[in-house]
Design a protein around this ligand. Structure first.
Ligand SMILES: Cc1cc2nc3c(=O)[nH]c(=O)nc-3n(C[C@H](O)[C@H](O)[C@H](O)COP(=O)(O)OP(=O)(O)OC[C@H]3O[C@@H](n4cnc5c(N)ncnc54)[C@H](O)[C@@H]3O)c2cc1C
Ligand SMILES: *[C@@H]1O[C@H](CO)[C@@H](O)[C@H](O)[C@H]1NC(C)=O
Ligand SMILES: *[C@@H]1O[C@H](CO)[C@@H](O)[C@H](O)[C@H]1NC(C)=O
Ligand SMILES: *[C@@H]1O[C@H](CO)[C@@H](O)[C@H](O)[C@H]1NC(C)=O
Ligand SMILES: *[C@@H]1O[C@H](CO)[C@@H](O)[C@H](O)[C@H]1NC(C)=O
Ligand SMILES: *[C@@H]1O[C@H](CO)[C@@H](O)[C@H](O)[C@H]1NC(C)=O
Ligand SMILES: *[C@@H]1O[C@H](CO)[C@@H](O)[C@H](O)[C@H]1NC(C)=O
Ligand SMILES: *[C@@H]1O[C@H](CO)[C@@H](O)[C@H](O)[C@H]1NC(C)=O
Ligand SMILES: *[C@@H]1O[C@H](CO)[C@@H](O)[C@H](O)[C@H]1NC(C)=O
Ligand SMILES: *[C@@H]1O[C@H](CO)[C@@H](O)[C@H](O)[C@H]1NC(C)=O
Ligand SMILES: *[C@@H]1O[C@H](CO)[C@@H](O)[C@H](O)[C@H]1NC(C)=O
Length: 567
């Protein structure tokens, strides 16, 4: 396999916008870099202790979970167990510091390195506030500002772009804020059922509570992704996208603590600019969310299906001909209200699941018929299952594959409807090329979106998309250099292969994207970027909330030791 040499490590800091110089800092942020552990500016033990006391003892000093695999704390049995459960999201989201995207852990305390390999805090956050409410958020924000600390907000640690960790950072950990309240919501724009979700609520928890009230609500096909953080703020796709739209389209009201420490209620009628930014402008950027109130809908019977086949016994051409036929089915399937989610590799195809609201089982089967015909024509074996379930919840539980972490390095692109409909052969060929390098492709197809651009800041190119394509390269737990080489392959070869299909108009779901994307402002945020940057500067003038590829992050750089500094 050919790999592009890995030489453009800082490529993702290049940008095409003219960012006015940062000036007029009123606080300790005049310093070039955030305070780093070991420096004289770093809070003394007694100061951490006083802070801890002020938050009722809820401060957690990071002890990386990989410590059971190293040095004096090595424990063969616990280490084996940790390795075996490393790809289970729960291993990470139940902790105050661990993250799922391995690159950003930087082997700081890696369970797959040798016993004698280093185990330190490294790129994990130094401390976490196990938050319970606004007061904890406010105290953490004040403490970070007072000592010029890097601040990170984390819920589940799912983020593929490393936005939920940071070297030398204090974290606000939202995972335990699990309140869920079903309510009747009345406003000028929406009257109906709604659910108020605490910042720590994960998709399946919201689905379960909604189901108990005969309702459904929008969330990820991944059951453990949090709703109020990166998911909704970045867009939010899932099994119901064709039926009820994206996560951001559900948002009625946010409770937010801003960088100034104010607790704001943000909606279409209060702080409308911040409402616009939170609805699609990316997680961890504008403020710390305490709760999100979203629309809820009556639960309904829902059909679903899954399909698998492999390349076994047939030519590469025949295999990809079937894939092309499948792509041909997508526009009609999406228009009729279904979401299809699939993965493709060089040797296999797994469609799991199709979620088809307002359709019978037979209708779903019908939409996929051209794929079955092609499979039969080639004498290929396949497994297919379809059924009408009494509710979304039953459908979801039966058809969603068990969740796994991001053991992939990630990149992606939207495929516009026009490309799928009229350049399918070319698109399928591009995907064949990509999986030929050993990468995998994940697709999620959905009905055309019409975004209200005065209430959502999402990249308007979402509206042209039929498929959100994710390209993943499996992470190698033992070969760091190979992983770095694969980043180069992603950025310089695989993603450009898809770009040929969308000249000058490439866009991607910012949560499932390459963190080294050279033109991320344009490709992630599109024409919303400048407006978002204005709102970022208004609510967070000193850049307290930083994340890689987050709006406004181009004025920062992470040095090789992890220190966060102004460029
Ligand atoms: C295995 C897997 C499956 C996925 N499946 C889906 C899917 O089905 N649909 C989909 O749309 N996406 C999916 N994603 C992508 C997912 O939406 C993003 O990873 C998202 O960032 C996760 O949000 P989180 O808050 O749970 O994660 P975290 O990693 O905890 O946080 C992500 C970002 O949100 C910020 N954030 C978190 N909480 C808050 C808060 N309270 N206030 C302000 N900022 C906050 C963080 O600072 C960070 O920038 C998946 C990712 C993985 C790894
Ligand atoms: C800057 O930090 C010092 C402590 O290091 C603190 O006493 C001072 O109040 C801070 N200044 C501001 C403006 O926050
Ligand atoms: C914070 O205080 C609690 C209760 O006193 C204690 O258990 C915890 O270890 C402290 N955290 C830190 C980082 O010292
Ligand atoms: C965090 O706080 C919750 C209660 O809100 C508690 O149940 C949990 O044990 C705490 N976690 C840690 C690691 O201290
Ligand atoms: C909301 O509206 C419904 C009907 O329009 C009404 O019955 C209900 O009392 C209202 N609730 C609130 C909290 O205003
Ligand atoms: C399909 O499965 C049957 C039974 O397992 C097997 O004999 C046959 O070779 C398979 N066909 C292909 C094309 O793999
Ligand atoms: C398809 O769904 C059925 C029913 O839940 C399940 O038994 C089967 O394992 C699923 N297949 C795939 C590939 O997910
Ligand atoms: C993909 O399949 C083709 C055809 O069999 C083969 O030449 C190529 O090496 C495979 N690529 C990978 C990464 O397995
Ligand atoms: C779009 O949002 C704006 C502002 O929130 C609102 O006033 C308007 O009615 C919405 N338009 C539509 C078509 O829903
Ligand atoms: C893309 O941009 C280039 C350079 O700006 C231009 O020459 C080309 O015509 C554009 N292509 C399309 C399809 O718009
Ligand atoms: C990552 O690890 C390397 C050593 O492998 C070290 O030189 C570097 O400083 C670390 N980066 C961060 C950000 O901690």
């Amino acid at each position: 396999m050919y790999f592009w040499p890995f030489f453009r490590i800082i490529a993702f800091f290049t940008f095409s916008y003219r960012i006015p110089p940062i000036h007029a800092f009123a606080s300790n942020y005049t310093q070039k870099c955030r305070c780093f552990p070991g420096e004289p500016c770093w809070p003394k033990e007694s100061e951490w202790a006083a802070f801890n006391q002020s938050i009722n003892g809820r401060l957690i000093a990071t002890n990386p979970i990989g410590h059971v695999c190293h040095g004096d704390t090595y424990d063969a049995q616990q280490c084996a167990h940790l390795r075996a459960s490393w790809n289970d999201p729960k291993t990470h989201y139940t902790t105050s510091s661990s993250i799922m995207a391995p690159y950003f852990a930087n082997q700081s305390c890696d369970p797959f390195t040798s016993i004698s390999a280093r185990c330190g805090i490294g790129t994990y956050i130094q401390y976490a506030v196990n938050a319970t409410g606004a007061s904890d958020y406010q105290k953490a924000i004040r403490f970070a500002q007072r000592y010029n600390l890097r601040l990170v907000i984390r819920n589940t640690g799912h983020d593929y772009l490393g936005k939920s960790t940071g070297a030398g950072a204090l974290g606000i950990w939202t995972h335990n804020m699990k309140s869920i309240e079903v309510l009747q919501y009345n406003s000028s724009s929406y009257t109906g059922k709604a659910i108020k979700l605490g910042a720590g609520v994960q998709s399946l928890e919201a689905f379960k509570e909604a189901h108990q009230h005969g309702l459904l609500t929008v969330g990820g096909n991944c059951p453990t992704v949090g709703i109020a953080g990166g998911y909704t703020q970045g867009g939010g796709i899932g099994p119901l996208t064709s039926m009820h739209g994206l996560g951001v389209e559900q948002a009625l009201e946010w409770e937010v603590v801003t960088a100034s420490g104010e607790l704001l209620k943000v909606s279409q009628i209060e702080h409308e600019d911040l409402f616009w930014a939170l609805n699609g402008g990316g997680g961890g950027t504008y403020g710390a969310i305490l709760s999100l109130t979203v629309k809820a809908y009556e639960d309904v019977p829902m059909a679903g299906a899954n399909l698998t086949f492999t390349r076994e016994g047939v030519s590469q051409d025949a295999f990809f001909k079937v894939v092309e036929k499948f792509h041909e089915c997508l526009p009609a399937l999406a228009d009729a209200g279904a979401v299809a989610i699939w993965t493709l590799t060089n040797t296999s195809f797994v469609l799991a699941p199709v979620t088809a609201s307002r359709m019978s089982k037979e209708e779903v089967d019908g939409f996929l018929k051209p794929t079955f015909d092609e499979l039969r024509e080639n004498g290929m074996n396949y497994t297919y299952f379809s059924k009408l379930f009494p509710s979304y919840f039953d459908n979801y539980n039966a058809l969603n594959p068990p969740p796994e972490t991001s053991y992939f390095q990630m990149g992606g692109r939207f495929m516009p409807r026009s490309v799928v409909a009229s350049r399918n052969a070319e698109m399928t060929h591009a995907m064949r090329e990509i999986v030929g390098y050993g990468a995998g492709i994940g697709g999620l197809s959905f009905k055309a979106l019409t975004l209200n651009q005065s209430r959502s800041s999402l990249n308007p190119l979402w509206q042209d998309a039929l498929v959100s394509v994710a390209v993943g390269i499996v992470w190698d737990n033992t070969n760091w250099d190979l992983n770095l080489a694969n980043q180069g392959l992603m950025t310089h070869t695989l993603i450009p292969t898809l770009d040929k299909l969308t000249p000058n108009a490439s866009s991607v779901y910012l949560n499932e994207a390459d963190f080294r994307e050279p033109d991320w402002q344009q490709v992630f945020y599109g024409s919303s970027y400048e407006g978002l940057l204005r709102i970022k500067r208004k609510y967070d003038p000193n850049g307290l909330f930083y994340g890689r590829t987050a709006v406004g992050s181009e004025v920062w750089t992470e040095q090789t030791d992890g220190r966060l500094c102004h460029v």
